[in-house]
Design a protein around this ligand. Structure first.
Ligand code: SF4
Ligand code: F3S
Length: 103
């Protein structure tokens, strides 16, 4: 499962399309965690898609990760600012790749 303390335990290595990237990032095998309020561990996500289907405010969008061992696309929390903290995505992800921190 995603580490809920990733902001402490990982290094903020940059942004991609306005979404924070937390390392380590070593493509294609290591893609890191993306997002802050809504965070997705790209190395755990296997492109199930339930988060994209179920989020009531369409926070997620697909990004391509060619060559990653789990899946070649990932759910990026592109519109995490819109999140209403319903926690549905956390509940439906089959591999616990998502952390939402209402803080
Ligand atoms: Fe969307 Fe709810 Fe997840 Fe926020 S907590 S990203 S609103 S499904
Ligand atoms: Fe990935 Fe889980 Fe969404 S596997 S696509 S973060 S439901």
């Amino acid at each position: 499962a995603i580490d809920p303390n990733f902001e402490t335990n990982r290094e903020h290595v940059g942004e991609e399309d306005g979404v924070a990237v937390w390392g380590p990032v070593e493509p294609p095998d290591k893609q890191g965690i993306r997002g802050t309020h809504v965070a997705v561990d790209f190395d755990i996500c296997l492109a199930d898609g339930a988060c994209l289907e179920d989020c009531p405010v369409d926070v997620f969008e697909w990004v391509e990760t060619p060559g990653h061992p789990e899946s070649e696309r990932k759910a990026s929390p592109a519109d995490e600012d819109q999140c209403i903290d319903c926690m549905l995505c956390v509940d439906v992800c089959p591999v616990d790749a998502i952390d939402v921190d209402p803080g």
